[in-house]
Design a protein around this ligand. Sequence first.
Ligand SMILES: [Zn+2]
Length: 53
Amino acid sequence: MVITTDDLETTCPNCKGSGKEDRLPCPKCSGKGVILTGQGNTLLHFIKKHLHE
Ligand SMILES: [Zn+2]
């Protein structure tokens, strides 16, 4: 299985990827300009869970 970054994160629809809203960090993506997809969240959850074991 191949996972690309496009599978894990997607351009934030709120700021269109700029990471800013009214010169402040975009609240939807915390200024990153991208948001996690469902698959990204799943993978993040998996990694965090296993890091704590
Ligand atoms: Zn944003």
